[in-house]
Structure formats: C-alpha cells, structure tokens
Design a protein around this ligand. Sequence first.
Ligand SMILES: Nc1ncnc2c1ncn2[C@@H]1O[C@H](COP(=O)(O)OP(=O)(O)OP(=O)(O)O)[C@@H](O)[C@H]1O
Ligand SMILES: [Mg+2]
Length: 596
Amino acid sequence: MTQFHAHRWIILALLLGAVAAVAGGVYRLGYRQALDSLAERSAADLALASDRVTTQLQVYQELAVLMADHPTLKRLDRAEARMAAQGLLREVADKTAALDVFFVDRAGRVVVAAEGVMGRDVTQSSYFHRAMQGALGTGYGVLQPDGRRAYIYAAPDFDVDGRVRGALVVVADVEDVEQTWRGSLPAVFFTNRGGEVFIANRRELLFWQRSAEGPGLSPPDGRQVALRAWMEGPHEIWDLRWSPYLPERALHQAVNLPQIGMVGEILVDVAPAQRLAGLQAAAMAAIVLALGAMLALALERRRTLAEANTVLESRVAARTRALSATNMRLTREVQERQEAEAALKRAQQDLVQAGKLSALGQMSAGISHELNQPLMAIQQYAENGEAFVARGKPERAGENLGRISQMAGRMARIIKNLRAFARNESEPMGRVDLGQVIASAIELTEPRLRQDRVDLIWQPPAEPVYAWGGEVRLSQVFVNLINNAADAMLEQEQREIHIAIETREGEGGARLAVSVRDIGPGLKEPEKIFDPFYSTKAVGSSEGMGLGLSISYGLVQSFGGHIRGVNTGDGAEFTVELDRWRAQGGTDTQQQDEVA
Ligand SMILES: Nc1ncnc2c1ncn2[C@@H]1O[C@H](COP(=O)(O)OP(=O)(O)OP(=O)(O)O)[C@@H](O)[C@H]1O
Ligand SMILES: [Mg+2]
C-alpha cells in the first residue's frame, strides 16, 4: 500500500515538474515575443513624442533666425529706435508665446528685450558664445525666480561686411511645449546633456538626475529610490516603484536627439506582455497537465493490471503448492494403503494356514485312528502271510500281501490329502474338478463323521464339473462346512449332511452352486457367522476359534465366488457359488489340472 502511494507521488511530482518546465519555457518565449512587439510600439511612441518636442521647439529656432535679420533691429543706437524694436519684440513674444525675445550686442549686453527675463548680461551663456561664432546657439535653463524651464535659441546677426554684430535670442517656454501631451501614456522624458530630466510628460520625473553609474534616475532631493535593471534579450527592463503614475516594471528605450541636444527616453509598462505570456503559459500548462493526467491514468491502469496479475500468479502458485502437497500426501497414503494391503494379505495367508492347522488339529484324533486301523490290519496280514509261508501255502501268503498293498495304498492316499491340505504355499488358480474336491474333503472328514455317526448324503456327478479356483483351498472350505454341520448336530440323535451340486445361469454366465445342508438347530445369528472369531462353541476348547467361516469367505471371494448361510427351517444350509471354468483361447496352458 505504501509502495503504491510512493509510486503515485513520484508520478505526480514528475508531472508537476514537467508542467512547470514547459510552462516556464512557454512563458519566457511568449514574454520575449510580447516584449519585441511592445518595443516596436514604444519605439514608435518615442519617435512620435520626440518629433513633437523637436518640431515645437523648431518654431522658436526659425523665429530666432528670421527675426535676427529684421530691419528694425539694425539701428538701435537711438532711444526711439530701441522703443520701436522693443514694441516689435513684445508683439512677436506675445504671438508666439515665447517667454522672451531679446537682442544682445557683441559685448553680451542686452540691447533690447521684450520682457527682460534673462537680466542684462548673457556673456556667460554658451548659446551666446556659439552665436558670436556665427552659428546657431542653443541652451536651456531654469528661470529665476519663478523656476520656469526655458529652451533658448540664439541666432547671430551679421553686418554688411559679414561680421557678427549681435544675436537675437528667443526664450521658449518648455512647459508650453509639454502642455499638449502631458499625462498621455506612456511615460516619456527628455534628459539634457547634464543627464537631468528637463522635459517630461510626468511632472514628478522633472529634474531627476541620471545615475552616475548604470541605468536609472534619482530624484533631485537626494532620496534613494530602488531600481533594478536588466536585459531581457535586446530589451532593457527597469523594475521601479517610484510613483503610482509610473509602471512598476517597464521597458526602457532611449533615442539621441542631437537637434535639441537631448536624449529622449520612454518607460512602457510590461504588465500586458507579462499577462499575455502568463496566459500562454497557463494554456500550455493546462494542455500538458491534461496530457500528463491521461498518461498517468494509462500508467496507473497498466500498473493496476500488473498488480492484479501478480496477485493472480501468487494465488496460482499457492494453489499449485497446496495441490502438490496434497498430491504428495495422497501418494504417501496410497503407499501406506498398499503396505497395509500387503500386510493384510500376509495376515490372511497366515490366517488361512492357521485355519488349516486348526482343522488338522481337530481331525488329528480321527486321522490317527484312520491310519492306525490299516496299520494294525497290515501287521495282522503280515503275520498271517508269514504263517502261510511257513506252512508252505504261498498262494494264501500272496493273498495277504495283496491286502497289505491295498492298505498301504489307502494310507498313502490319506497322507497325500493331509499333506496337500497342510502345505503352506500359494497354489495357482485354474480348472478344478468340483466332484474331486468334494470327494477329498469328504475323505478328510470321513473318520470323524464315522466316529460321530453322521450320515453324509452325496451323489457325485456323472461327468466332471469344472469350476474356477484353487483345489486345496476349495477343499478347505468344504472341510470347514462339513465340520460345522457335524458340530451343530452333536446334541441330537439323527445326524445328516446333504451335499449337492447344481448349475445356475447368472448375468456373468453359468455359475456352479454347491450346497451343504444339515438338519441341526440352525444358525443362531446368521448375520454374524462370517465375522472372525464369532463362535458359539465353547471358548478355550479345541473346537471353536470362530475363524472357519471367515477364512472360507475370503477364500471363496478370492476365486470370484460367493458364500452365504441361511436357515432352511430344518437346519442350516451353506451355498458356495463359483464361476464355471471355460477354456480360454483354445489352450489350457493357464489352466492347471492337478486332479489328473
Ligand atoms: N451348520 C451350522 N449349524 C448351526 N450353526 C452353525 C453352523 N455352521 C456354523 N454355525 C455357527 O457359526 C459359528 C461360526 O462358525 P466357524 O466355523 O466360523 O467357527 P467355529 O466352527 O465355531 O470354530 P472353528 O474356527 O473351529 O471353525 C459357529 O460357532 C456356529 O455357532
Ligand atoms: Mg468351524
């Protein structure tokens, strides 16, 4: 968030900087251009004002030149002539509004004057000396005592042989000249050779003195006035705060006027130029700001998009991490599951083996009896045979030997079955002759059934019926079912077990069903019989671990078959359903036939 703000501020600062730079540049350029046109106009104004002053003074110059030759002024030695001359001069002065018109002789004495404002002696005046040299003399000054400013022209008067006889002097009233353009804008003033403001259209500037060093003026009363002056390109700018009638900041121009021996100067307000430049700069700033804002918006949009993208990417990364973690966990769980399955399989195998051994243990008494009987018989037959040989009756001895051989064969068959049953090895699945399997189960349980006087009703099939399974394991199932049925009927007089094979048609093809039915009391809790360690037989005794049916269930299921137990009303019936064996691909390589 803070990063976001910092970013914004930087963009804003950059934008403002750019705006300021552009506006500044535009202002300078616009100001310079405005000053150029202002300077052009003010130069024209100054020229106009200068022309006006010089032409107005020119009138007095021409008056002096013309009047110098006037015949009335030729002979002034007599009093009447002087009276007449004075009358003429007075008339001229009145008509031209000159302050004074007078004639001086070579000695500088005023011979005749209209007013006599200059006193009686002008020998000290420069205009007089100039006129005595035969040239037009000019001068200016302030008349005493009334303080009027006067501009003076002195025209020489020559006698017949061309020598300067005297001079006619015209004293012009400067205020009169100013009268026509006073107060008009802009401020124009004329400084004399001494650097003093002598003529001005602003009264307050009169008699100000040009500074000895640098530009600017200072007032005659010795006050210090502020002035800052600098060049704006070719233009001289004065920063002055002198009077309300003068601009605060002005363009200063000057023009030399040798005809009247003065310098004309003008001060033009630069405020309009500043305003114009300011307007231009403001307009440009607005444009740049608008553009900048648009740019900033575009950048902001892009940045927001990039941020959203980053967030999305980090989310995707987090999700990916979570998924791969889950994946790893699942893999681990699968592995654990597989290990558990393997352990279960091992346990099941152990259980099968335990079940078999337990069954063998139960049957051991019967089996030993079963083996003992033929053994006793063999002993008897052997003794008989020996006796017959001793008596010289070899054919009877041979008969006995034949019996012995029969007995031994029977024992071998019983032992073979027991060995196969007890063998703890994984037996391949394949074709199993159901009749054979049931026969071997009956053979294993026969001693016990005989001992307990249980009738077993069983009709072996005429032709072999083949099922899909493992021979030894399947016979274990039937051994268990027969033993359970026999156990159930121990308490009653009549004991019968019925075994039958039938063929059923199911969805997956033909199925074979073997039923083992008894006439005992039936199942007490049919839903529990396949649970491991569920037994109603005396706990701790050799009979009744509660494993027989649960092992059988697992075995039948491993063949793809099904086992279930129900009460028929007369007793219990167990049905083992198996797939019928079918030759695959025309060869029997996969199918094992152990019952050959
Ligand atoms: N034919 C039957 N009639 C009545 N009850 C039966 C029958 N077969 C099984 N049962 C009941 O089911 C129980 C479980 O049988 P199972 O064969 O699993 O164990 P068991 O016979 O008690 O012990 P063992 O592990 O030695 O076989 C028996 O204890 C019995 O109560
Ligand atoms: Mg049992």
